[in-house]
Design a protein around this ligand. Structure first.
Ligand code: SF4
Length: 485
């Protein structure tokens, strides 16, 4: 049997989701629900650490949140305490094995310390090499563990000062939640690349990657953790510290295109409404006469609604998605592998036959899914198939916490628009311009001198230095310990 993932391969993957709560009697259960709402940010593993005033408790496991912390699982009962942090993992750094499942927990002289991280440190391997030379013994291959060792060897006295000391040495994108004996801590890097919001429920503070994790437990959205801000939540309330040199905010613009859940508010912006505006911009930029606007489900739906409304062409669900196909599918026989994408998507043939269709998708990564979907439209009898992409061409890898194939595997990095149209076998192909994307975000356009967002996967303009890539440390062997994932 061959274990493959024929369905999720041609998408970019967000690395992680984080959640934390302080001062609530149902801390573990609320954390499990919050992680469940953030499941789209990572499906490979999940973990929760709680503190009961005396002891820390933890449960970390491979698989989905519902499998490990859902009804009928014993894990929640064992997670006592009124403070908790949790993490969903999709690995971009380190193999997917149990020792790489967060939150990480350490015993410091001052007490326990648990940490969960969304993002990616761009000098982690360089720092790790230095720390190993100093005698630090790493237990995982995760970049996050570098922060733990930097805290452990810091000469400052309080945990918060040690954390600040550690974070001043790391580069990269991070939204962190951490739990100590007396506080829940939230941090965003100085550029604010990855999201982190503050919520409140029954007087208890909550930290979460997205507001949808607050909605699921009936909590109110208070505000974002700001770029470069540390929030310390303890028995006295919430305290804000801004210890880092101020930088221009560079929030990940791809969160609005694809990663964030459409019902979330991130950076104070409604994701669903933004995606509809992106679709409307796309329609203005690349109109084509057609009979139907069809979204590639599910992520293309809001942009397709915006496109159809602006173009005044009927919106129809011409592709139906099977929601019960897991991320990983074990194919019983080689002979059925050619079914590929059809196990997940099926054309609504009666709708499509004889029609000129415009397919709307959020992005194209390798192009393999696009090819299969276009073929499916032709087989269903479409007379013309046009494709419109609700983002600029993805031509660069992300080093800030999103799993992107290498540049050589990105179809738009290796081919002209005409070549891509030929490969995907569409009658026409157009992407949203980068200025169109910024207009949909409410800007005049992209400010080339001080871009308002991180858009490096489109522009190649990386806001944070890529020390490991530049120094060649990326290929360094991280661990001699082999494990079965
Ligand atoms: S490179 Fe792209 S995916 Fe990565 S943080 Fe920047 S905008 Fe987001």
């Amino acid at each position: 049997m061959q274990k493959t993932n024929p369905f999720g391969e041609d998408r970019l993957h967000e690395e992680c989701g984080v959640f934390g709560i302080y001062g609530h009697m149902d801390a573990a259960a609320h954390t499990a629900l919050g992680l469940h709402a953030l499941q789209h940010r990572g499906q490979e593993a999940a973990g929760i650490v709680t503190f009961d005033g005396h002891h820390f408790h933890n449960h970390r496991a491979m698989g989905l949140v519902s499998d490990n912390f859902g009804a009928g699982t014993a894990a929640i009962e064992g997670l006592a305490g009124t403070a908790a942090i949790g993490h969903n993992r999709y690995s971009t750094t380190g193999e997917t094995v149990l020792r790489n499942v967060q939150p990480l927990f350490s015993d410091f002289e001052s007490g326990g310390f648990a940490i969960a991280h969304n993002g990616n440190l761009t000098n982690a391997r360089t720092l790790r090499r230095q720390l190993v030379r100093r005698g630090c013994l790493f237990q995982s291959t995760m970049d996050t563990e570098v922060i733990v060792h930097l805290i452990a060897i810091s000469l400052y006295s309080t945990v918060v000062d040690r954390l600040i000391d550690a974070l001043k040495q790391v580069e990269g994108a991070y939204s962190i939640v951490a739990l100590t004996n007396d506080a829940l801590i939230g941090v965003r890097d100085a550029y604010g690349v990855r999201p982190l919001v503050i919520g409140k429920l029954d007087g208890a503070y909550i930290l979460a990657s997205e507001s949808c994790a607050l909605d699921i437990i009936g909590a109110e959205l208070v505000r974002n953790v700001e770029a470069g801000e540390i929030v310390v939540i303890n028995a006295d309330g919430l305290h804000s510290i801004k210890p880092f040199a101020k930088q221009n905010r560079r929030f990940c613009i791809f969160e609005f295109i694809y990663f964030a859940r459409p019902d979330s508010i991130v950076e104070g912006t409604d994701v669903y409404a933004t995606r509809k505006r992106i679709g409307a911009e796309l329609a203005r930029e690349s109109h084509v006469d057609a009979d139907l606007i069809i979204p590639v489900p599910d992520s293309g739906v809001p942009a397709a609604i915006g496109y159809a409304t602006e173009a005044d062409i009927p919106f129809e669900l011409g592709i139906i998605r099977n929601h019960y196909v897991g991320r990983t599918f074990i194919e019983p026989r080689d002979q059925i592998r050619h079914l590929g994408v059809r196990l997940k998507h099926n054309a609504n043939a009666r709708l499509i036959n004889g029609k000129r269709v415009v397919l709307i998708d959020d992005s194209i990564v390798r192009g393999t899914t696009s090819m299969k979907i276009v073929e499916m439209m032709r087989q269903a009898g479409a007379s013309e198939v046009h494709m419109r992409i609700a983002s600029p061409p993805t031509i660069n890898s992300c080093f800030y916490g999103v799993d992107t194939p290498e540049r050589k595997e990105l179809i738009a990095a290796q081919n002209s628009l005409e070549e891509m149209a030929k490969q995907i076998k569409v009658d026409s192909l157009s992407y949203l311009s980068i200025d169109g994307l910024y207009r949909a975000m409410g800007e005049q356009g992209r400010d080339a001198t001080a871009p308002q967002y991180c858009d490096a996967c489109f522009s190649g303009d990386y806001p944070i230095s890529l020390t490991d890539q530049d120094g060649g440390a990326a290929s360094m062997q991280l661990s001699l310990l082999a494990e079965i994932g």
